[in-house]
Structure formats: C-alpha cells, structure tokens
Design a protein around this ligand. Sequence first.
Ligand SMILES: *Cc1c(COP(=O)(O)O)cnc(C)c1O
Length: 481
Amino acid sequence: MKAIRFFSGEDIPLERHKVRIVQKLELLPVEERQQKIFEAKNNLYLLKNRDVFLDMLTDSGVNAMSDRQLSAMIDADDAYAGSETYVELEAKVKELFGMDHFLPAHQGRGCEKILADLLVRPGDLLPMNYHFTTTKAHITRCGGEVLELLAEGGEICQSDDPFKGNMNVAALRDLLADKSRRIPFVRMEAGANLIGGQPFSLANLRETADVCRAHDVLLVLDASLLQDNLYFIKVRETSCRDTSIRELTRAIADCCDIIYMSFRKLGFAKGGGIVMRDNPLVGRLKELVVLNEGFLTYGGMSVREMAAVTVGLEETMDETVIAQGPEFIRYMTGELVRRGIPVVTPAGGLGCHLNAGQFLPDIPGEAYPAGALAAALYIAGGIRGMERGTMSEQRNTDGSEHISPLELLRLAVPRRVFTLSQIKYCIDRVHWLWENRSLIEGLRFTREPEILRFFVGELEPVSDWQDKLAARFRADFGDSL
Ligand SMILES: *Cc1c(COP(=O)(O)O)cnc(C)c1O
C-alpha cells in the first residue's frame, strides 16, 4: 500500500473512502450525562444509544458498510435451504481460507458454543495465547479450564514488542509433552482482544502449529479480529512485506485445523462461521449447528447479512481497506502518549486502550478502576468505552475476585465510522480527565450476575465523586457542551 504523505510533514491517517450516509448525533449537557449514567447503573452497556455521542463500546456489528455491501444485500436470494446467497458465501470463505467445509453460525459465540459442546469435557485443559470472555465462559461451562500461555511481555501495557499476542511456544511444547491432562485443542486468537487487540506473528503461528502437529492436537484459530492481525503482519513482520493480504490469509489458514470467526468484526457485517478441513468431527458439528444455530445454509444469519459478509470478506483482502482502523488507532494512541497519558503500546487493532491501572493507581482492582474510568469518560464527553479488566473477569470458584493483570478502558474505533475530528474530540476529553483524575473513585456492584456479569450487572459509585467530576466540568467548560 502506497502511503499518502502531507507536504506539511504532519503524520495523520487519511481516509481512503468517502461518507455517503450519515447519522445525526446528539451531545447531552454534562448534568444530563451524569443522570443517564446513574440511570444506567454505571454500566455502559445499559445506556441508550441515543444518549451516547461517540459510541466506542465495541467494533462488533457496528462497522460502516460499503456501497457494494449494501447493494449486494438488496440482491440477496432468500430461502430456508440452499439459497444462492449462502452458496456464494460458502464459496468465498472456502476460497479465502482454502478449507473443505464451512458451517454458518449466528455470531462468534455460537461457534464457540458448538465447538465447546463437542470438544470440551470436564477436567480438560485448554491452552491458548489469551482468553476471550465468551470463549472462556463456554469452555468453563463445559467443565474445561483455560490456560493462558502468552509469550513473555505480552501483558506489559507499554512496550515496543510488535507481536504481543504471540504464543509461548516453549511452554506449549512442555505442556503437550506432559500428557497428564486431556487437551482437546490449542486455541490461538488473532488480534488478541483483551490485551488490546495485539497480533501474533506468522512465524509464531507456524511454530505453534508445528508443536500441535507433533503432538497430534488440533489447532483452532479464533479469527474474529483477523483483519487487524493481517494488517500488522503485513506492516510489522519483515519477511511478509512482499506477501499479499490474500496470501497471508492462506498462510495463516494452512497452519490451522479449525478456524471460527465473528462476522460482526471480520467482514464488516454480522454473523459467524467455522471453516475446517475434512475431519471426522464435521458431521457432529453440523448436527450441533442445526440444533443450535439454524439450518446448514444460514446458521442464524439472514440472507442480507450473508450477502454483506461475502463482499466484506473480499474487501478485507484490500490493504487500504483494512489499514483504516489500525491507522486511526495508531494516531489516537500516539497523541495520548504525547500528552503523557498511559495507553497500551504499540497501538493494536479494534481500539485504543487506556491503561486504567496506571491512570487511577489508587483504586484497587476490587473497585474496578477501568469501570470507573469508563463511567467518568461518559460524564466527561458522552463517550462510551468498554471496561476490560477485573469487572470483565469471572469470580474464582471460591467467590473471591479474580483481579485482572490488566485494567484497560477500551475505546473501540469501529471501522470507517468516525472522522478524525471526532477522534480529536475524544483525545481532548481523555486529556481533561487525565488532568482531573484525582476526582475519580471506584464502583461497587449493587446487583452482580453470575455469568458474564459485566454485560448486565448494576453498580454505584463508592462516594459522591461523580457530582464533583460533573461540577468540575461545568466550571472548566462554562456553558458549552
Ligand atoms: C467478538 C469476539 C468473539 C465473539 O463474537 P460475537 O460475534 O460477539 O459472539 C469471540 N472471539 C473474539 C476474539 C472476539 O473478538
């Protein structure tokens, strides 16, 4: 991809698309923002979208679609069984990944559910570079135990390691040689989500695959964030500089036995699916798809979604398309670093990640520093981020808190959605919050669900700190929004 340089020397990411449909945004006054976060029980998932100015909660299902995707959606062929739209999706997925079978699912966690139901038994050990929330919930539901084998340094927030999502291959080799526990598969996650969208290198994936093959253990890839990982391999892994995105996709697939993905992220649309080589498991998995997701030619997806995915996957092979997200995130991360604000570096995919542990060092993990920062940023700017720290963890079996080694506030940058001035506004409000961080205190649960508590749990501030924060905002910004 040829870069576009500015005569001024400024290093800013230039959009390689134009906007043709827009949605109006409202920014509420700070007093109303404080009231809304109170009504949402300090859980940003419980906010109404109309009360959010910049929705940076997630990149899931909210990426902007292209004109070609939209026109393909109108063209879709609707049928319960054997729709032409499904045939085209299946062909595209098999072409890109070079695999024999495609099994559709309604979204990523649908794939995780049927894989866990079939493969994971009580007492099993599941090694992976890093866990994802829904992945871990399904594995533990089936009695399995997740073991993270992230390569050394992956959990260090600020570093210059280009591949913090790498697997610790030596540790994996020892583990697989040990054989004291049943290991149904090894899982690699592309663009490791919870550590800040950090990629693995192709070399590391290849070594991981060699170890798995030597021990005859399946290698399963979670490719939900593959698009960012592909871009990072292309720009950061010297040996891949001259390899096309299409060739890299195939090289990654060649390492794996089973690949599953959320099309809410990969492919700029919605849905999910599993691709795999010929394997005796295929028939059993298909039964579970029909039981849980829907018939084999839609798996819970509408034909419009499938049509959009087919086009979106092809567009993912275009480096200028997949560069936009990571380049915006790189810009945002760089500007925050310049202001001395602790963020995860190097910049990863899917979003910019504030290091809430360092932002709010006096708030203990039990009072959810990243959750408190999320609530504070909504009050400061109507910006909705997502807590990725202790609140997103499951409690230990004895009921004690599992304190996350990373307390992150993720500010997702859904692909092609925001303009650079909106990103600048976000940087500005984070900066203001940084200057006023001494006002922020913790949160506590008033209602705590047992499973995936962060989605619908209810919380309250431990003091009146939110009144003070809103008052300081009003004092600093006068009568402006
Ligand atoms: C989002 C995500 C999932 C789950 O996908 P959904 O479509 O949201 O169910 C699984 N793994 C990773 C790495 C993800 O980012």
